[in-house]
Design a protein around this ligand. Structure first.
Ligand SMILES: Cc1ncc(COP(=O)(O)O)c(C=O)c1O
Length: 483
């Protein structure tokens, strides 16, 4: 055992009296040393886009999600620049499933993004925000007949996932007596990512070519696009070069064999964000390629493989991207407050905070960056961060070095902008406010905290169950009542 008394952390005589800090007993355990040797310097962050976090919590409560509009716009501008400076015809489609808060979607739409949706709900949400059908890319294995017909009428870019959808589309087009341009979702092995054969038509087995033939033979359908989404958090840029090569080769093949004209190639999403995947030893700064590196990997082969087409007087196919997490993740943070401190049986320090996996679903696969929101003196020690749920799996971080924190102190989790608002759940606790800080540094709510009436609004109580105690509040339930 090692005793630390941090009341005079520097050991120097100073005239100003330092506050007393509770001594901590830290067991010496093997495995805690890292390559660098000593504990890492503890960082902290006091404000977001110029607003003190303390102020935000006073105004909007804790836990609190904070979105930076400036960061969203800057990310979108940088991504567009990276691709548009390397290829002449580029279009981004905002992946709704990554974060479909209306304010976030509209920020991306204002920056020129279309919508990429994967369900009836997402399609309806994009339309309700004012996105025209022609600017909606419709992916996903389940498109209800109702929404498929609407998408056809509204001119959405429909990406066919399976043969049953192809037949359904043909029936709809026939019913409407309309020629419908469609795209095929393809899956194949790039050699760098795990192939997802469950989505779309497989290329190597011939499924994809068969589907193209089938469309070519249709009176009502025309093949105008090719789509693939090769995976997610893909840190190997060569995977994208290979994807582009495979898509372009297939484009030439279907054009020559089925007489179609491919207008666009959609390479899906999957670029990694600046987050730390659990199990990855190196920090994201060393693992995650820059957007310019991704753009280079995509556009260089695409320029080469479409050169001849342009030389023959046909425009190069449009490049569509459905980037999700890489655009939004680092634009959002989660502020959470300490509810309690605990000493665990194995000697580790346990912290209970007011946000759990109900809000931060991505804690299951990321080690988010976690910092205090003010300078905290005191020796960092290994801690476990638990959420507030009465559930054993509610762990936000299994092991992290943190200085002593008091009840009411706050921690900042980043980046949390991707896949948390779409996968969070109303479980045990109400979901809190989400605010956005605009480009002028003003904060406003973009999703209100839930309350009892929000959570119970869809429930219906049958008449005979309206009263929980039909015999009166003091009714004596005996164990014979059921006989
Ligand atoms: C079809 C499709 N496009 C785009 C995305 C966005 O992916 P990411 O957030 O990894 O960029 C996904 C995510 O799963 C997807 O399934």
């Amino acid at each position: 055992m090692q005793m630390h008394d941090e009341s005079t952390p520097t050991g120097l005589n100073t005239s100003t009296k330092k506050p007393w800090i509770k001594p901590t007993i830290i067991p010496l355990r093997t495995g805690m040393l890292n390559k660098v040797g000593a504990n890492r310097q503890m960082n902290w962050q006091e404000s977001i886009d110029g607003i003190p976090i303390k102020q935000l919590v006073e105004d909007y409560g804790s836990p609190l999600f904070v979105v930076s509009e400036k960061k969203l716009r800057n990310n979108m501008k940088r991504f567009k620049r990276a691709f548009a400076s390397r290829y002449p015809d580029v279009q981004f489609g905002w992946s709704y499933k990554t974060n479909y808060l209306a304010a976030v979607c509209n920020t991306f739409h204002q920056e020129g993004s279309w919508a990429e949706v994967v369900s009836e709900f997402e399609y309806e949400k994009a339309r309700s925000l004012g996105v025209p059908g022609q600017n909606i890319i419709f992916n996903g294995p389940f498109k209800t007949p109702r929404i498929l017909e609407r998408a056809v009428r509204e001119g959405a870019l429909i990406h066919i996932d399976h043969l049953d959808e192809l037949y359904a589309l043909e029936n709809i087009a026939q019913g409407l007596k309309q020629q419908v341009g469609v795209a095929l979702r393809l899956n194949f092995d790039t050699g760098y990512t795990e192939p997802w054969s469950r989505f779309g038509f497989n290329l190597e087995s011939g499924q994809a070519m068969d589907a193209a033939w089938r469309i070519g033979a249709s009176e009502y359908l025309q093949l105008i696009g090719l789509h693939s989404h090769i995976g997610t958090f893909v840190t190997e840029t060569k995977a994208y070069s290979k994807e582009v090569q495979i898509l372009c080769e297939f484009m030439l093949e279907v054009e020559s064999r089925t007489n179609c004209q491919i207008e666009y190639i959609d390479i899906g999403g999957g670029f990694a964000s600046m987050n730390s995947l659990q199990g990855v030893y190196l920090p994201p700064e060393q693992v995650v390629p820059s957007i310019e590196q991704y753009a280079e990997a995509v556009c260089t082969p695409l320029m080469e493989l479409t050169h001849e087409r342009e030389a023959n007087g046909r425009p190069r196919p449009r490049l569509i991207l459905e980037t999700g997490r890489a655009l939004v993740d680092d634009a959002e943070s989660l502020v959470t407050s300490i509810i309690a401190n605990k000493r665990l049986l194995d000697g580790r320090h346990g912290l209970i905070v007011d946000a759990g996996v109900n809000l931060l679903f991505t804690a299951f696969w990321y080690n988010h960056q976690v910092v205090p929101t003010k300078f905290l003196p005191g020796k960092p020690e290994e801690s476990v961060i638990y959420g507030p749920l009465c559930m054993n799996i509610d762990v936000l971080r299994n092991s992290i070095l943190l200085p002593p924190l008091k009840v009411g102190d706050t921690l900042l989790f980043t980046p949390v902008g991707a896949y948390n608002h779409t996968q969070w759940m109303q479980f045990i606790e109400y979901r809190p406010n989400v605010i956005m800080i605009d480009e002028k540094g003003r904060a406003s709510i973009i999703r209100k905290a839930e309350n009892l009436s929000v959570v119970t609004s869809q429930e219906v109580i049958p008449d005979h169950l309206r009263d929980p105690y039909p015999g009166g509040p003091l009714y004596n339930f005996s164990r014979y009542d059921n006989n």
